[in-house]
Ligand binder design. Sequence first.
Ligand SMILES: *[C@@H]1O[C@H](CO)[C@@H](O)[C@H](O)[C@H]1NC(C)=O
Ligand SMILES: *[C@@H]1O[C@H](CO)[C@@H](O)[C@H](O)[C@H]1NC(C)=O
Ligand SMILES: *[C@@H]1O[C@H](CO)[C@@H](O)[C@H](O)[C@H]1NC(C)=O
Ligand SMILES: *[C@@H]1O[C@H](CO)[C@@H](O)[C@H](O)[C@H]1NC(C)=O
Ligand SMILES: *[C@@H]1O[C@H](CO)[C@@H](O)[C@H](O)[C@H]1NC(C)=O
Ligand SMILES: *[C@@H]1O[C@H](CO)[C@@H](O)[C@H](O)[C@H]1NC(C)=O
Ligand SMILES: *[C@@H]1O[C@H](CO)[C@@H](O)[C@H](O)[C@H]1NC(C)=O
Ligand SMILES: *[C@@H]1O[C@H](CO)[C@@H](O)[C@H](O)[C@H]1NC(C)=O
Ligand SMILES: *[C@@H]1O[C@H](CO)[C@@H](O)[C@H](O)[C@H]1NC(C)=O
Ligand SMILES: *[C@@H]1O[C@H](CO)[C@@H](O)[C@H](O)[C@H]1NC(C)=O
Length: 820
Amino acid sequence: MASEYFVFDLSSRSLFATVTVAMVHFWCWSAAAVCTTLPIAASTSLKSANDSEVLEYVNPLIGSQAGGNVFAGATLPYGMVKASPDVNGENTGGFSTDGSQITGFSALHDSGTGGNPSLGNFPIFPQICPSNDINTCKFPLGARATNYTNDSIIAKPGYFSVSLENGIKAEIAVSEHAALFEFDFSRGSNGNGSADPLIMLDLTDLWASRQNASIHIEAEEGSEGGRIKGNGTFLPSFGAGSYIAYFCLDLSGGTVKDSGVWVNNRAGTEPKDLYVTRGFNLFYLEAGGFVRFRGPISGPISARMGISFISTDQACQSAQDEIPGPDYDFDGLVSKAQDAWRKKLAPISIESGGVDENMLVSFWTAVYRTMISPQDYTGENPHWTSSEPYFDSFYCLWDMWRVQLPFLTILDPLQQSRIVRSLLDIYKHRGWLPDCSMSTCKGWTQGGSDADNVLVDAYVKNLTNIDWNLAYEAIVNDAENEPLEWSVEGRGGLASWKRLNYVPYLDFDPNGFGTNSRSISRTLEYSYNDFNLATLAKSLGKDTYKKYIARAGSWQHLFKADQPSDINGTDTGFTGFFQPRYLNGTWGYQDPIACSPLADFCSLTSNPSETFESSAWEYMFFVPHDIAKLIELLGGEETFLERLDFFHTSGLADIGNEPVFLTVYMPHYAGRPGLSARRAHYYIPSHFNSSLDGLPGNDDSGAMASFTLFSTIGLFPNPGQNVYFIIPPFFESVSITSPATNKTATIKNVNFDRGFQNIYIQSAKLNGDEYSKNWIGHEFFTEGWSLELVLGREESSWGTRVEDRPPSFSDATGSVGYMD
Ligand SMILES: *[C@@H]1O[C@H](CO)[C@@H](O)[C@H](O)[C@H]1NC(C)=O
Ligand SMILES: *[C@@H]1O[C@H](CO)[C@@H](O)[C@H](O)[C@H]1NC(C)=O
Ligand SMILES: *[C@@H]1O[C@H](CO)[C@@H](O)[C@H](O)[C@H]1NC(C)=O
Ligand SMILES: *[C@@H]1O[C@H](CO)[C@@H](O)[C@H](O)[C@H]1NC(C)=O
Ligand SMILES: *[C@@H]1O[C@H](CO)[C@@H](O)[C@H](O)[C@H]1NC(C)=O
Ligand SMILES: *[C@@H]1O[C@H](CO)[C@@H](O)[C@H](O)[C@H]1NC(C)=O
Ligand SMILES: *[C@@H]1O[C@H](CO)[C@@H](O)[C@H](O)[C@H]1NC(C)=O
Ligand SMILES: *[C@@H]1O[C@H](CO)[C@@H](O)[C@H](O)[C@H]1NC(C)=O
Ligand SMILES: *[C@@H]1O[C@H](CO)[C@@H](O)[C@H](O)[C@H]1NC(C)=O
Ligand SMILES: *[C@@H]1O[C@H](CO)[C@@H](O)[C@H](O)[C@H]1NC(C)=O
């Protein structure tokens, strides 16, 4: 998905700078900043698996402004707890470098999502009350919001720190289910020795979606530290229902002066319990608790926040188990997190060939961002008991199936297999595969049933430990049964789909309910879902194969061959687009440029249309299984390539949203792999780079990251099929050791030049033998093959022959059909 309200701040660019001074790297906000200095190897050309400094190339702040919405704080790979400051500006992912103010520090977040800000529950906030009078402290969010010092930000995997303008400094580390915040008050503006540091907790979340919440304070005057615990019911940021989160906050570092609760801008030491709910007109009461320490204190105040979706006791227990006290090992937590991240990045090594260092930063940070979400909530499932893994923050599979999950299939297949199992466990217990989920709730579906594509991609890539018969049953359920509420699962309009083989415009559907829009994009997505089902059916020897492979061709029913397209009254010269079609077979009309960047954005709620978050121009190319047929319908290779070119150069393509990704590589199907390479170089780094605003749209849980990665390693997937398109990697060579087999695959350029003049493959060798196909299968990774590409400045005849192109279902040549 993309944000329903993009905020593009085009004025603030490239605040992030990398300064290399005498082999020392400074990772910080600006070149003038004084921040940590990290020793780094002199050579930037080799980052091997053993190179422990590879983390120095990860900058979590990339995408922290201009709508990237990335989570910039501290997290473990797939960690449930993600801790960071929260701001009052662009705060979908919590923190942002947009110059807005910090309102709190919280432990749950999502990364890169669009729509409403997600999670950010139970923020805490440090302050000193002027004159040490509790009533001078600022409790409500608007009052306490404080500027931070841009130059003070340090963001690294597993660590984040920032100084507020009032001098209070925060450092953040995490475990799986708990966060450790350390607040240094020694330079606080009132920190003159006698001031009394206060930590408050707000019973809210980023979206102020709280329905009701409880808090209980245990912090006796005179005791060494105290505990605040409680719970709250909140709404998911893009889904149905509500969820309950529980917390357990332990505060230490001084002697308690007083504690209590606050409501609006008043606080008192009695009572020690509070329950808030929505009152008259859904009135939102700001309230929470506080603990104040007696100054002077000698060190930082530590705030250990345990979180659970099960119970307060579980939150306290996880915190104690994972971050044992009373003396916390903050540095130990950071180094544990960094070890975990190092291990995750270890399977890849590159020889950069001397490319601009920003490319390395962009690359390694992208690898990092593919493993922030989905989040491993195993042991925290409030809905059913199971021994299977439980993942959450599939936000949404529409975004994740195309590149992010396929990337994990290569780099972290054991986790990807657990992710797939968790999807199947959701099917088993809820009766439906999810399409989107967050905060343990069902999210809104965007089109087809995208989990189908995820399961079949895992199948064709031989992921292990998955019950494929259960997977088949789950996908058949999507294909055959319409749920009552298809806005959260399954597919709508199934009766019409089965009868007419397209989703009609303004369908009559008394069998279930959902947003009755997107008839074109849903038809195209259902077609691909059914293609995937057919793939699995065939492999499992089911005779339903014939039925589903026939349905996979249904996209053709919405192709209106004589449909032209104008832009501002000027004919683009291209004819033939997908168009909406009524139940009676008559054509409806949607301007082919509608919903493109040249027109209005179309989502579920804003401007719902017959295409979702993209135009008919862009969806014209969404036939991943039969591009040969598409080329034929559009009038042959030449017009097809011209159309692709026009699409990418006219402003019609939205490179910041997922449906566009495959179009970059489609010239491979017309025998022009060089054009795909050229297009990839057009977009990277101009649209995907290492600046703070270096993402063209919401990262969508690592989708933008994965587009960068697959393009950079030179092998781009068409998921659901055992196909990667080959272009030259953006580095001299890339090696990836498969964690499934321990074999190392290498793709290597000969005649590589770091100025990217030589981006055209002249010839290739696979394991030493001539290789002429412009695509390769997943065995490349699992079998540890070696691909050597000889590059030149001009397109060559390599990979152009009909028999060298990737397979299409109705392959004119009848050659390498993967369905044979
Ligand atoms: C900090 O950065 C933000 C975002 O670019 C900018 O608006 C603000 O002016 C900066 N603050 C200072 C003090 O430079
Ligand atoms: C020091 O802090 C105390 C308590 O907040 C306050 O009363 C006093 O005015 C402060 N002194 C200075 C010099 O700021
Ligand atoms: C916070 O920063 C903004 C922009 O940098 C500035 O306009 C504002 O006055 C600052 N607020 C305070 C309380 O210093
Ligand atoms: C809290 O809110 C939820 C959702 O509105 C509701 O189901 C629940 O009964 C409420 N709980 C309490 C204790 O009021
Ligand atoms: C939340 O905490 C309150 C106070 O301890 C308790 O009465 C209530 O049952 C809790 N709610 C849930 C859903 O556990
Ligand atoms: C999957 O396993 C089969 C049987 O061992 C093998 O033939 C095939 O090449 C494998 N596919 C991939 C993508 O590794
Ligand atoms: C169409 O014309 C309007 C008015 O001249 C102009 O603002 C707009 O940019 C044009 N759109 C395109 C896609 O050329
Ligand atoms: C088909 O239905 C549409 C929408 O109701 C209507 O405008 C059109 O006239 C109908 N076509 C025929 C041939 O009845
Ligand atoms: C980096 O990417 C952003 C987002 O696509 C883009 O706006 C910006 O111009 C790019 N910066 C550079 C230096 O290419
Ligand atoms: C790969 O290597 C690891 C570490 O040496 C080992 O634990 C694992 O069993 C190996 N896996 C395979 C498939 O050989």
